[in-house]
Design a protein. Structure first.
Length: 452
């Protein structure tokens, strides 16, 4: 190209060719340098990546050790009571400052959590103990303290004395509730006692009037002829029934019977006096095989007890059937058996009747209208120690067995033919002629309804 070029352009052409070769040489050299540099850079990067991988593996191993070994160990040391700093010092040191900071923060947090958990457990244990103590106090309050308080209040003890003598809950709320209960019950018992006292006082006047009417009627029976004797006997019997009702109510109200005896009364007269106080006296058949006598202080109580049982047997048996009363003398005392021909009592009714005659039913609110007589029987039986039990009767109904203990029996002697009763209530004590128990006296025998 240089030879073919004109003479004037050869110099320019040569310069261009040299320049081109120089450019090519520079390009080749620069390319070779850049390729070498790139290769060295790549080698450095590979070396750096290897170092990073190795460092990353070490970091992963350190983290794994930290998570699986160091942190659980620190947590266990803190739970065992070691402080956060000591727990961190005992553990293997972390590889970096950030991890050491993480470990320190973790130990502090675990220490706080353990402390809070201990405080919460302490509060829980205290609450459990307080709950158990409160439960024990409530059980003691309901099982022993309140029943004892009720018994004392019903015996007439004041609320202040009851609150001072018994042990009450230490809790303010439970103690205030128990104290309120005691004071309200004491107030209720005072009102009940006052009402019963007023009722007993009123009934004592009715009892005195009934006994006075009996005395007047029996005096009229002696003074008037046979034309009015039947009417007088009916009035006498009605008044005797009224006396039984008033005595029943008086005993339930805490009062006394309208009559008392100062001499022993033979058992046959006790039976006749009991029969003469019930409406269905004509249906009662007596079978007495003893001459024993009841002491005067217990005669009226035993007579009233038997009258209530006979009246109950007559009321719960068919009106055409008879009620049989058997009296026998045994070593354990006088055994009186009352049998009717009515329907047999169900087990529940018999249990209720036995509970009523046991003397444990003192709450008038729990008494049914038809069970007042049995409640009176229970009180009289408990007062005199008389045993009363129920059993099925051989006549198809129900039998009642009454055991009069020997301590109520008088010495074996002939009681006087005329007995004197005392009337309680009204303005004072007045003597009246003996009622039905003196049936063996000729002058009084006709006053008792004939049961033969």
């Amino acid at each position: 190209a240089w030879a073919a070029a004109p003479e004037t352009a050869r110099s320019w052409t040569a310069t261009l060719a040299v320049t081109s070769w120089l450019c090519v040489a520079v390009s080749v050299g620069l390319g070779s340098y850049l390729v070498g540099r790139a290769r060295r850079t790549a080698a450095d990067r590979r070396t750096e990546i290897g170092a990073l991988k190795s460092r990353l593996a070490q970091e992963n191993a350190g983290l794994a050790h930290l998570v699986n070994v160091a942190l659980p160990g620190i947590a266990q040391h803190v739970r065992d009571g070691t402080g956060a700093d000591d727990a961190v010092a005992r553990a293997a040191p972390a590889s970096g400052p950030h991890l050491r900071q993480v470990v320190q923060s973790f130990a502090v947090l675990v220490e706080d959590a353990v402390r809070h958990a201990a405080e919460a457990e302490s509060r829980r244990q205290q609450a459990v103990q307080e709950a158990r103590g409160g439960t024990a106090e409530l059980e003691r309050l309901t099982d022993s303290t309140l029943p004892a308080a009720v018994e004392k209040l019903r015996d007439g003890t004041s609320a202040e004395i009851v609150l001072a003598e018994l042990e009450w809950p230490r809790g303010a709320a439970a103690r205030a509730c128990a104290e309120l209960f005691v004071r309200e019950l004491a107030h209720s018992e005072r009102r009940t006692a006052a009402a019963q006292a007023a009722s007993a006082k009123s009934l004592s006047r009715v009892q005195a009037k009934a006994v006075s009417m009996l005395a007047d009627l029996r005096d009229m029976q002696d003074r008037h002829g046979e034309e009015v004797l039947g009417d007088l006997l009916r009035l006498d019997h009605s008044t005797s029934q009224l006396g039984l009702i008033t005595d029943r109510l008086a005993l339930l109200m805490g009062g006394r019977s309208s009559r008392a005896w100062n001499r022993p009364i033979v058992m046959e007269s006790i039976l006749r006096g009991a029969v003469g106080r019930i409406a269905a006296y004509q249906r009662v058949r007596m079978h007495c095989s003893t001459n024993a006598a009841i002491s005067g202080y217990a005669a009226e109580g035993v007579m009233h007890l038997l009258a209530e049982l006979m009246d109950n047997a007559a009321n719960f048996s068919p009106p055409i059937d008879e009620v049989h009363v058997y009296v026998e003398e045994r070593t354990a005392g006088i055994v009186v058996t009352i049998e009717d021909s009515g329907l047999k009592m169900a087990d529940a009714a018999m249990r209720h009747a036995e509970q009523a005659v046991s003397g444990r039913m003192n709450d008038l609110a729990s008494l049914q209208g038809t069970r007042l007589g049995l409640a009176v029987v229970g009180r009289l039986a408990a007062k005199y120690g008389v045993g009363v039990s129920y059993r099925p009767s051989s006549r198809g109904g129900t039998g009642v067995v009454v055991l009069v203990p020997p301590q109520l029996l008088a010495q074996q002697r002939e009681p006087g033919p005329a007995l004197t009763g005392r009337t309680f209530g009204g303005g004072g004590v007045s003597a009246v002629p003996g009622p039905a128990p003196a049936a063996e006296a000729t002058g009084i025998a006709r006053r008792v309804p004939d049961v033969r």
